[in-house]
Structures are given as structure tokens and as C-alpha cells.
Design a binder for this molecule. Structure first.
Ligand code: SF4
Length: 82
């Protein structure tokens, strides 16, 4: 079985509980038809987790929280990794 990446764990590194809750709420509020499918999201987050630009839940290339960027279907990695 494929390893699952916890979205919350990705965001968790060095951010407060309050910010993690805020991000979770924000993601939950994304309209369903705009959200990336779970499998797509997990694949994206796995790539980010191994990326040299990934730092403390943020993408050093674009400054986004990767969990937010990856959760939106139409978003893309600035380095075309996904
Ligand atoms: S969005 Fe792209 S550049 Fe940014 S951390 Fe993820 S894989 Fe790396």
C-alpha cells in the first residue's frame, strides 16, 4: 500500500495550532469542484515533502503553504514538479 502523507503534518512543521486550524478551515471551504482529488493531493504533497524548496510547510519558490496550493485542482508547482 502506498505511503499516505498527512496534509496536516505537512503544515504542522513550526506553525502554530491556530494557523494549522485556519489553513484546515480554508481548505475545507474550497468548493468541491475546485479541490484536487485526494490521490492527486497526496501525490503532490509527497513531491513537495522531498523538494529542496520545501521548508516548514511553505514552498520557498512561491511562498505558499504547499497544503493550500496543492489542494486546489488548477494550481501548479512553480517548478513544474506537479
Ligand atoms: S510547489 Fe513545487 S517547488 Fe514548491 S515545494 Fe512543492 S514541489 Fe517544490
Amino acid at each position: 500500500m502506498a505511503e499516505r502523507i498527512c496534509r496536516r503534518c505537512l503544515m504542522w512543521e513550526n506553525i502554530s495550532d491556530k494557523m494549522a486550524d485556519y489553513l484546515e478551515t480554508y481548505i475545507e471551504g474550497i468548493p468541491e469542484d475546485e479541490k484536487a482529488e485526494n490521490q492527486v493531493l497526496e501525490e503532490r504533497l509527497k513531491v513537495c515533502k522531498e523538494c529542496r524548496h520545501f521548508q516548514e510547510g511553505l514552498c520557498g519558490a512561491c511562498g505558499c503553504y504547499v497544503a493550500l496550493r496543492a489542494a486546489v485542482k488548477k494550481q501548479k508547482c512553480p517548478y513544474k514538479k506537479w
